[in-house]
Design a protein around this ligand. Structure first.
Ligand code: NA7
Length: 529
């Protein structure tokens, strides 16, 4: 029997394997369903796929030597470069020998009288361990919409999150893209460069900030390495785990002109730090309306076609209540003659045939349909595994009404099972590697503590999870996140999914203090036996 099974070979699984195997000397094995390591960066290999966090921060901080050895080439790392980076780290730490690829976990159950977990792979093989750590990612179960009569279509259908590994030539093709979230916003300008015609189906317009991506100079790269300790310190104290300091200046009516000038500067710098230009953008209706209006004006200036412009500014929710995107020429793409946008809100979708679809009584010939329609986020990949805990409790039943979890780390009735970046933790609201490192370190210390004290089992108490869920809901009320009815943060993009704000929005910095206090108070809220 193994000490620990880790599921998933993305950022979290790789670091968890290293920590438990090399720091605690445990017998660990990692199972990964992909044919290569990389997690989300293995699957999402669509044209234009790129991280929205800057490269100097979208990497591990736990080992300065590894940080210094790797050289990023661009301000925002592209998908292939991130995957290469993860392969490099796995090689540096000699992780591959404890990883099984093409090994999808389909089922796991806790054997109560023996206090162990049994996991079952798709190939029928089963493996047992004392602990299980899920490192399955928050955006790993793709959401493919059910479109009436789609099975009639004889052209190619692709999903951005399950992108094929071969090179796809869009030249001369008539392509449709469904979805204008971060993935759609990245893929659309790339396909528009080649396709004969591109039709974008927009259900909800999005606020997007220029990425202003560029090659990194050697000087900049050196600077990042010299400033590593400072970068790390700033990121740990940032609400979202990003390497910049929060502004403490609010947008106020009396200084509006100066505020707009500052927004202009931030806009030309580009990046997610735009959200933090002022202290109250994410909390105050007035400040937010100024920023939302600012972006709408930018869209109006960039997009020349009146009908495209009208659709792209059809924004009935405040900036930042849904995840804002970063783009490279997204809005400009709609000035191209080969690109059109159809607003699904005001359209009548009729039918799909072998070579196209009919919408608003108009037939549209298509060679390819691309879904950039997102994910069953945060809980989807956990529920995908058919998990049964103590007292024969199924995770799917336990989470039928809401995904209850203590700190996003453990679920009552599922002893010795840890969930990296699970529901109720800051996860998707952060620069993920920072949230992941915090979780992995906490889990590693927790298991180390159990071993040191000759304990066998740790389990979140029901009342701790209930209280934590309340806290998660209270924190969300203080933000703009509830000012939209629909977002994947709220679970509304998936039919039948419980509705409610899923991640902890109080900030990664505050969350870390809470987790550390829980551990210092002898794992308060957990039952250890
Ligand atoms: P998102 O952000 O969930 O975006 C998915 C997009 O697909 C969004 O515009 C959806 O509209 C749209 N969508 C979903 N279902 C449909 C149907 N049935 N028809 C038309 N359009 C649909 O996923 P992404 O992959 O872009 O980004 C996920 C995260 O990855 C991102 O936030 C970053 O953290 C990185 P909706 O807004 O739901 O109306």
């Amino acid at each position: 029997m193994l000490d620990v099974i880790i599921i998933g070979a993305g950022f979290s699984g790789l670091y968890q394997l290293h920590s438990l195997r090399d720091k605690l000397n445990l017998n660990c094995h990692l199972f990964e369903m992909g044919d290569e390591i990389g997690g989300t960066w293995y699957w999402n290999s669509y044209p234009g796929a790129r991280c929205d966090t800057e490269s100097q921060a979208y990497c591990y901080y736990f080992d300065k030597k590894i940080y210094n050895k790797w050289n990023w080439t661009e301000r925002y790392p592209a998908q292939s470069e991130i995957q290469d980076y993860l392969k490099f780290v796995a090689k540096e730490l000699n992780l591959n020998k404890n990883i099984s690829l093409s090994s999808k976990v389909i089922k796991m159950n806790y054997i109560e009288d023996l206090n162990k977990w049994k996991i079952v792979l798709e190939n029928g093989k089963s493996i047992e361990s004392r602990f299980v750590v899920t490192a399955v990612g928050c955006l790993s179960k793709p959401n493919t919409p059910k479109i009436n009569s789609i099975e009639n279509f004889k052209g190619r259908i692709l999903h951005s999150a399950k992108w094929p590994k071969e090179n796809i030539d869009f030249k001369g093709l008539k392509v449709a893209v469904f979805g204008t979230g971060s993935s759609g916003i990245q893929i659309i300008p790339e396909i528009a460069k080649e396709a004969e015609h591109l039709t974008v189906f927009q259900r909800t317009a999005n606020y997007s900030i220029p990425a202003n991506n560029h090659k990194l100079s050697l000087k900049k790269l050196k600077e990042h390495k010299i400033n590593f300790d400072e970068l790390k310190n700033i990121s740990i104290n940032n609400r979202h785990g990003h390497p910049w300091k929060h502004s403490n200046i609010p947008i106020t009516q009396d200084k509006l002109k100066a505020c707009i000038q500052t927004l202009e500067k931030s806009w030309s710098t580009g990046g997610l730090s735009f959200r933090d230009t002022f202290s109250n953008i994410n909390y105050d209706d007035y400040a937010n309306s100024i920023v939302s209006g600012f972006i709408i004006n930018k869209i109006k200036t960039i997009v020349k076609n009146p009908s495209a412009q009208k659709n792209l500014i059809d924004l009935d929710y405040p900036f930042g209540s849904k995840r804002p995107a970063l783009d490279t020429s997204y809005y400009k793409t709609f000035n191209q003659n080969n690109v059109e946008i159809i607003n699904l809100k005001s359209s009548k979708f009729q039918s799909v045939s072998a070579s196209g679809l009919t919408i608003n009584n108009k037939y549209l010939m298509l060679d390819m349909i691309i879904f950039a329609t997102g994910f069953d986020a945060i809980t989807g990949s956990l529920l995908n595994m058919d998990i049964t805990g103590a007292n024969k409790k199924k995770l799917s039943s336990e989470w039928h009404k809401k995904p209850n979890s203590y700190l996003g780390l453990q679920i009552p009735n599922f002893p010795n099972l840890f969930t990296i970046t699970g529901p109720g933790s800051p996860s998707v609201l952060t620069n993920m590697p920072r949230a992941i490192e915090q979780h992995v370190d906490w889990i590693t210390n927790c298991i180390s503590n159990l071993i040191k004290n000759k304990k066998q089992k740790i389990e979140a108490l029901q009342k701790s999870a209930d209280l934590w869920s309340k806290k998660v809901a209270e924190e969300a009320k203080k933000t703009m996140f509830l000012k939209t009815k629909n977002s994947w943060y709220l679970g509304t993009n998936i039919k039948g999914k419980p509705k409610g704000f899923i991640p902890y929005s109080g900030g990664l910095n505050k969350y870390k203090i809470i987790c550390d206090e829980v551990a210092d108070n002898n794992y308060e809220g957990f039952l250890i036996s």
